[in-house]
Design a protein around this ligand. Sequence first.
Ligand code: ATP
Length: 306
Amino acid sequence: MIQLYIPLNFLGVIYREIKQSLADMERLFGLLDQHREVADAPTAQPLQVHGAEVRFSKVNFSYEAKRQILFDVDFAIPAGTTTAVVGHSGSGKSTLSRLLFRFYDVNDGGISIDGQDLRSVTQASLRKAIGIVPQDTVLFNDTIEYNIAYGRPGATREQIVAVAKAAYIHDFIESLPDGYATMVGERGLKLSGGEKQRVAIARTLLKDPAILIFDEATSALDSRSEQAIQAQLKEIARNRTTLVIAHRLSTIADAAQILVLDHGRIIERGTHAELLGRDGAYAQMWARQQARRDEGSGSPGSADAA
Ligand code: ATP
């Protein structure tokens, strides 16, 4: 029996290993699949980044022929400033970030960075210029060091430690029995939502992109983590052209520009103060979130649910 058990047990381990590798591959190919939607033009040139001004010009877009998602979306993010997008769930906020990363091409209109249409530059140079802090950070089944270094293959240990310190995750890492060699991911140490976001921030710092996309998590972190992460993001967004997909209006009150998206159209735009003064959709969302906060529901509320 024991003789049988050992090989079977061994097979079980192998099976789990393969399954996990497949899960990793799936994730990778999930990303690559999205890349396959677009191809470099034969004449594509590397993107030349100056200040990294981002411009959406009358963009119309649909994932599927019969269902248009964005309508005449027209805005610019001046170089080095932050623009936040708010709106109901499904209004098209994340679609803007996918188009900026050129996972898909627009149907009409265009998107440019420093005057260069995304379709005229190489995808590799475009993706090098953009850093994304996603809603839910995927951790690879590897060491925490590897997971941070993923932002810039070939980074030195000193560089990794420097960004981990800047993302306020160094002390946590040092407190782990294996430090930077600690295995994380599904098979290793599970990190909390806030810790995972810090890894994503460290990764992004290492990448040092001119353009930053921050897709705010819908699920609330505890308020101390939330505030700490907001402070760090403000720090990395400084002097970078930043697009924030926001769910909590309180986190974007000082954005240079706020766009309110409704069913794929920009229905309001301005600063927080201007939009409150207008007493329109944004002001209503704000009032609802404040009311929820005052009720002490514990949740900061979401613009989606507004
Ligand atoms: P949330 O706040 O819930 O994240 P959102 O405003 O970011 O929502 P998007 O993710 O941009 O919304 O989605 C806009 C619309 O596009 C939704 O109706 C969604 O169902 C649709 N959509 C998103 N991705 C795809 C896709 N790959 N194929 C087809 N439709 C899609």
